[in-house]
Design a protein around this ligand. Structure first.
Ligand code: AMP
Ligand code: GLY
Length: 425
């Protein structure tokens, strides 16, 4: 089988890397891909908003499965266009992708289905939102409704910060994504990434993982796309997993199927687990997490191509019995390197030293996110640059190995957290 991976980031590098090692897969190609993805298979510089061009590429290359990595092409309906051509696709159609594309849509669905989440209100005008802020109490979370590359959420400790965030949304900081604003009760607890593969009806949870959203150690500083991840999460025992499946995932998948918009692809619930063990949904994503995917792929030992094809064809029952065997019993810890000035900006062109050296260490794999091949080797080419993932007998051992490899890499302006995985130990 020839598989096309849509995207160019760290998540796609990890997906393509694992797919290329699947017995069922002969070739992995990418669009648009990256210099690092070229190490896995051919990359095609196709504009993925041109659905006709992507379809033509599939035809020309004899593609038997398409995996769409990022949210933007999903919200844009690429999965619908490719399915209309008869292609098996991993990724929901535009209607189901609204779960991530509009936070107001996701909240309304959670309300209808009785899914536990923070209390909220939705506002279409600045005056209305400011009035709601004046009426409320305590810390509040301000969210731009639409896609904002992980930057549309402000957890405001006080009214003034919340008001500023609301004003920024309506003043166009996030373009159309901020024309509607969701205000939410601030939840406390530990965040868990719950990611499952869905075939429209069935749900196959991947191994558990946790992300580190804040830029700084000890969860300080601004929110980012994710500064590191680990798997498994000791927080997610069988009981919690069963609760999340029955209280969150099943209602969503059933509601989508009933609406004639079956959810095929990766459904990601960002969950806040309260001190009493209650899971509440922070957000849904309609794709794999980044950098969670890097550590999950590192641990996956089965034929990932076969799993994904089964999901795309509505036949997850054919692989469900493998879930107990495919996850390596070792833990994985992935440390993200970000570039100078991330997340407010991202400096490009800094030469990166030591990548190969780190990659050669036992149990270590370096996944590339924002890199490019320059005259002197790898250079930075985006906000999040690399994810150094290591396997170890437990989280502590994996973290030790990951940080030994991290120490071999250097570039000007590099930022990384020294405490990835500590929360799980
Ligand atoms: P989201 O994109 O909605 O997941 O928000 C990004 C991050 O903001 C989450 O991963 C949490 O760290 C934080 N966050 C979002 N919603 C809330 C909430 N209601 N209470 C506390 N933190 C939140
Ligand atoms: N790591 C969080 C996300 O992918 O949204």
């Amino acid at each position: 089988m020839r598989v096309l991976v849509i995207g160019s980031g760290g998540r796609e590098h990890a997906l393509a890397w694992r797919l290329a090692q699947s017995a069922s897969v002969t070739h992995v190609i990418s669009a648009p891909g990256s210099d690092a993805l070229r190490g896995v298979g051919r990359c095609f510089d196709v504009d993925v908003t041109d659905h006709g061009a992507v379809g033509a590429l599939c035809d020309q290359q004899g593609v038997g499965l398409v995996v769409i990595g990022p949210e933007a092409p999903l919200v844009d309906g690429l999965a619908d266009s490719l399915r209309a051509l008869g292609l098996p696709v991993v990724g929901p159609g535009a209607a189901a992708a609204q779960l991530e594309g509009s936070k107001a849509y996701a909240k309304a669905l959670m309300d209808r289905c009785g899914i536990p989440t923070a209390a909220f209100s939705v506002h279409e005008s600045l005056e209305e939102a400011l009035q709601a802020l004046r009426d409320g109490e305590g810390p509040i979370v301000v969210k731009a409704d639409g896609l904002a590359a992980g930057k549309g959420v402000t957890v405001a400790p006080d009214r003034a910060t919340a008001e500023l965030a609301v004003r920024e949304c309506f003043e166009g900081r996030f373009g159309r994504a901020g024309a509607r604003v969701v205000l939410e009760e601030c939840l406390e607890g530990t965040e868990l990434s719950f990611i499952a593969l869905c075939d429209g009806r069935r749900i196959l949870p991947l191994a558990s993982s946790q992300d580190h959203k804040r830029l700084g150690e000890g969860d300080q500083g601004p929110n980012t796309g994710g500064m590191g991840a680990f798997s498994p999460s000791p927080l997610c025992d069988d009981r919690l997993q069963a609760r999340i499946l029955s209280e969150v995932m099943e209602p969503v998948v059933q509601s989508m199927a009933a609406a004639g918009e079956p959810f095929i692809g990766f459904l990601y619930a960002g969950i806040m687990v309260g001190s009493d063990g209650t899971p509440r949904v922070l957000e849904f994503n309609v794709r794999c997490g980044d950098p969670e995917t890097q550590v999950l792929m590192h641990r996956f030992r089965g034929d990932f191509g076969r799993w994904l094809l089964a999901a795309a064809r509505g036949q997850l029952d054919t692989v469900a019995h493998e879930t107990d065997q495919v996850w390596d019993s070792q833990a994985a810890v992935g440390v993200v390197f970000a570039s100078h000035s991330y997340p407010s900006g991202s400096r490009k062109g800094d030469v990166i030293q030591g990548v190969d050296n780190a990659d050669e260490a036992a149990g270590v794999t370096v996944f590339h996110a924002g890199t490019r091949a320059g005259q002197e080797g790898w250079e930075t080419n985006g906000g999040r640059v690399l994810c150094v993932s290591a396997l170890g007998i437990d989280l502590q051992d994996a973290a030790k190995r990951a940080y030994e490899a991290v120490g071999k890499i250097h570039f000007d302006g590099m930022q990384w957290r020294g405490d990835i995985g500590r929360q799980g130990v």
